[in-house]
Write a protein that binds this ligand. Sequence first.
Ligand code: MLZ
Length: 255
Amino acid sequence: MKETGSQAAPPSCFKQSSLPPTNEFKNGMKIEACDPRNLTSISIATVVGMQGPRLRLRLDGSDNKNDFWRLVDSSDLHPVGYCERIGELLHPPLGFRMNASSWPIFLQKTLNGAEIAPEKCFKMEPPSPHSNDFKVGMKLEAVDRKNPQLICPATVGAVSNDQIYITFDGWRGAFDYWCRFDSRDIFPVGWCAKSGHPLQPPGQKGTSQYKLNKVIKHRPMVLNLPAPGAPSSSQVTTHGQTSTTPATSPGGGGQ
Ligand code: MLZ
């Protein structure tokens, strides 16, 4: 950051608590979790790994190819018994390995004798910032959604309404993505160090200054941006320039 004279996005931009939550879970514990592939349904999940305050989760009855990561203060996580309390049913995960009719028995068996995560493990989700206060060029730490166990140094590449474009420092763009300003996948600079989560080193494909020179001076970055989730006819600001015609395709550039 010193070398490039860059600014960190202020912690108030993020939906993260100023003090990272403590992780009181243990591997093997059972919880209830929203199925990431079927957001309206809640299933039983097992903690199969952790890094700092992040849990690696596997839905019971699904395969080991669909693990996902959540913060211990995620609103997607609940103690066993939550569904019953709110008058909902626990659902088999999308891609349940068995016949749907065997779900009630499977559920009973998977919870029998299992270690149930106690209530105190679940932390309150922090409040959302009221507005998108990110500016192009600000530094942050962000989950690499293609390798979701990783948190990497990143820069805000563009801002569009409620969305920001995450670009990974030292990588050519294959990992970049749009997200909402209140995403739980983005963190202020220093969050990993504070929370005990490993932070990946930046890539080797040139610094962001290199990127700035190459991409912005010679080829306006706006041409390389995929549109954010719901693009509408919104304005996209990239590195100080404003355009009303966001491009729709990242266009090649694998690494
Ligand atoms: N195995 C991958 C990891 C890349 C991580 C990039 N994060 C922004 C590779 O080396 O290509």
